[in-house]
Design a protein around this ligand. Structure first.
Ligand code: BDP
Length: 693
């Protein structure tokens, strides 16, 4: 049991359930013969034979009780005859119903397009994995967002930026000839959670990906993914025409540049007719961009969009920018650059905004752009890989973190004013979506740890439905990944639900942020203040001194609160109404400031760190109690990883307390132990190598 099968383990079911399931799966009746319907049939064969001991035979029509009929009205007269209410389900929705067909009891999986059928087949199989009843179904599902994409930060040399699960799964060296079975298993996993697009290469993009010999490899991957409803996209380096030595400029208003991209787009679509489009990181962290030629982000994005438009491709233009010239407040910089461009983007451009205004931290308030671009479709980018949450060895279920951002009230006039509502509102373009920076790599278990598979899974579920319940997702994943024993399900789900808060507590409590050591971002470095740019330094963010701690973003500080809708801004401008979890994000406060608990800020801070460490010890205890219920290989690995997390959590706590105490000059609250070493000891710890840089 090495984790390779992810949540699609299809474990054999017990005798009683088997009788029910066998009776409800006596024959498979595919309505159609496309590659997608064949993939659905293959999945049924794989899943049912594994869960029930044998797979039912494929039949041309429903001829006995317990048949499963699946297809679209267009290719299956039997489904057309049922006149099912499919009109509201779009291209990707599906319906599953227990209905009589030809006088026989049957389960029908119907959709408008084959990919919807495939999603429905996975849905039914996953229900069976969770031991749920399937005899009387009436399910209608459709995604709320259209672009449900993984972003792979994979370099062409196989290295994955911020990857903690081995090397890239794309073997560019052996493509296009060698089509690894793993590529198909990747597509199956994605389709099982509704992911419908994948950006294959790093946003810090090598221009080489646009060379013909790489595009041929990309085309092969696109062919493998197509039956699973997955489109391929590429990160495009804005300076490609120059870097590939074909032009001496990449100025988006230069006709030669426009023609270059047009010809490149034409070439791509000759090879990949359904190519999705480009993801672009421009004028950010040293990447080239339109501003190099004094053009705006919109002018750059629109030039690429024009090249893709005849082929129905799109541009996802990232808003992750912070400029060296502007040293006011990094949290305001994307807003400052993009807000004035609202309404200036072409209708096949969507702006891709990180969930928070800084950078994938354990906790951030939502990005103010979500409430500020009424004329521009926005998609949300989250990081599935845990660059700032302890890599693959710390257990941190991100579903709760994403729900916190998605549920946040923006004040924006979207249907429900939440960030999720903003994402669902494509401003008439249909460009609604979420992107997740993938944690998929060459490790046997794909994600570097079993629990990190949950974050891949949860990402798909949230992209399908941004209002989803993180606990329900955790429970579903647990059942499929670890088993259906009630104690196991409750224990693991509860562990997951409190895991991210534990990380916040031992790394960056009370709204602190970006306290990680330089470069690799593993381990604490709150004292660091000597890096070239101010906003790379943890000390820039904590601003701890003998008076207090925190970053004043109120109107008396950097006024970042003004980037939010007035009612949101008012709430966080005032110290007393700012939620305590964001206190030091928005305010610089004296060490003796009284928290709601009655503790001083200093005491509360220390207690948070300790609470985080204790929470990890709790995770260890809970996990240990599951030993009889879990296979040895996966149990042992997680046991070891939790021990690493516990050790790291103590390191975080002790180093942070040692540093902040050197500023606060206050004793620790009663019952809280002093760090075992002095500050110099923690400062001297060097991590010579950490994965993912
Ligand atoms: C940061 C990562 C860096 C990425 C950057 C981005 O440290 O590796 O290139 O985000 O999103 O968090 O572009």
């Amino acid at each position: 049991e090495d984790g390779y099968r992810l949540w699609l383990r299809y474990e054999p079911v017990g005798a009683e359930l088997k009788t029910d399931y066998v009776a409800a799966a006596t024959q498979l009746v595919p309505g159609g013969d496309s590659a997608t319907i064949r993939a659905a049939s293959d999945e049924f064969a794989r899943g049912l034979s594994s869960m029930l001991g044998s797979a039912p035979a494929i039949a041309p029509r429903v001829s006995r009780d317990g048949a499963i009929l699946y297809g679209t009205p267009a290719t299956s007269p039997a489904i057309a005859a049922l006149k099912l209410p499919l009109s509201n389900l779009g291209k990707e929705g599906f319906l599953i119903r227990s209905v009589p067909v030809n006088g026989h009891r049957a389960t029908v999986i119907a959709a408008n397009e084959d990919v919807g059928v495939l999603y429905g087949v996975f849905h039914l199989l996953e229900r069976m994995e969770r031991h749920e009843p399937i005899a009387a179904l009436d399910i209608a599902e459709k995604p709320k967002l259209n672009l449900r994409l993984l972003n792979h930060w994979d370099n062409l040399d196989g290295h994955v930026e911020r990857g903690y699960s081995g090397e890239s799964i794309w073997d560019w060296f052996t493509l296009p000839e060698w089509k690894k079975p793993r590529y198909t298993d990747y597509a199956r996993a994605d389709a099982s959670i509704g992911i419908n697009g994948t950006v294959l290469n790093n946003v810090n993009a090598s221009p080489d990906i646009l060379q013909t010999r790489y595009l041929e490899k990309v085309a092969t991957l696109a062919d493998i993914f197509r039956p699973y409803g997955i489109k391929v996209y590429l990160s495009a380096n804005f300076g490609s025409p120059v870097a590939l030595k074909e032009l001496d400029t990449a100025d988006p208003l230069d006709p030669r540049v426009q023609q270059w991209w047009q010809a490149k787009a034409d070439e791509i679509y000759r090879l990949i007719p359904d190519f999705g489009g480009f993801l672009v990181k421009a004028n950010s962290e040293g990447q080239p961009g339109p501003q190099d030629y004094h053009r705006s982000h919109a002018e750059g994005a629109n030039m690429l969009a024009a090249a893709l438009k005849p082929h129905h491709g799109i541009v996802m233009w990232r808003a992750f920018v912070y400029s060296a010239e502007d040293d006011t407040d990094r949290a305001r910089q994307a807003y400052a650059e993009f807000k004035p461009l609202d309404g200036k983007f072409a209708d096949n451009v969507v702006v891709q905004v990180k969930n928070g205004p800084i950078d994938f931290q354990p906790r951030e308030p939502f990005h103010p752009l979500f409430g500020a671009m009424p004329e521009t479709p926005l998609m949300m980018e989250v990081q599935i890989t845990k660059e700032y949450l302890g890599f693959n060895t710390h257990l941190a279920y991100l579903g709760t973190m994403w729900a916190e951002a998605l549920d946040a009230y923006t004040g924006y006039p979207a249907p429900d004013n939440s960030v999720a509502g903003v994402l669902e509102d494509g401003k008439g373009t249909g460009l609604t979506g979420m992107a997740g920076v993938a944690n998929v790599g060459s490790d046997r278990n794909w994600s570097g740890s079993e629990f990190d598979q949950a974050n891949w899974y949860a990402f798909g579920r949230f992209a399908w439905n941004p209002s989803a319940d993180p606990e329900a997702i955790a429970r579903d994943w647990t059942r499929m990944t670890w088993g259906n024993d009630p104690k196991l399900v409750e224990t693991v789900t509860a562990m997951m639900m409190r895991s991210r808060e534990a990380v916040v507590d031992y790394m960056t409590p009370l709204g602190l942020t970006h306290q990680m050591a330089t470069g690799h971002h593993h381990g604490p470095g709150p004292w660091i203040s000597d890096l070239a740019r101010p906003e790379w330094n943890p000390a820039y963010y904590n601003r701890a001194d003998s008076n207090g701690i925190g970053f004043d973003r109120s109107e008396s500080g950097t006024d970042a609160v003004a980037d939010y809708a007035p009612e949101v801004g008012r709430q966080v401008n005032s110290i007393t109404t700012t939620p305590e979890m964001f206190l030091l994000w928005f305010h610089h406060l004296p060490w003796d400031y009284k928290l709601r608990s009655g503790d001083t800020l200093w005491d509360g801070l220390v207690k948070s760190y300790d609470r985080g460490v204790d929470a990890v010890a709790g995770l260890q205890r809970d996990w240990a109690s599951l030993k009889p219920l879990i296979d040895t290989q996966r149990f042992d690995e997680e046991t070891a990883f939790l021990a690493i997390q516990h050790k790291d959590a103590k390191w975080w706590r002790d180093a942070s307390i040692a540093y902040f105490q050197s500023k606060s000059n206050r004793p620790l609250p009663a019952g809280h132990a002093e760090p075992p070493h002095d500050l110099e000891y923690y400062k001297a710890i060097r991590t010579p190598y950490a994965p993912g840089q």
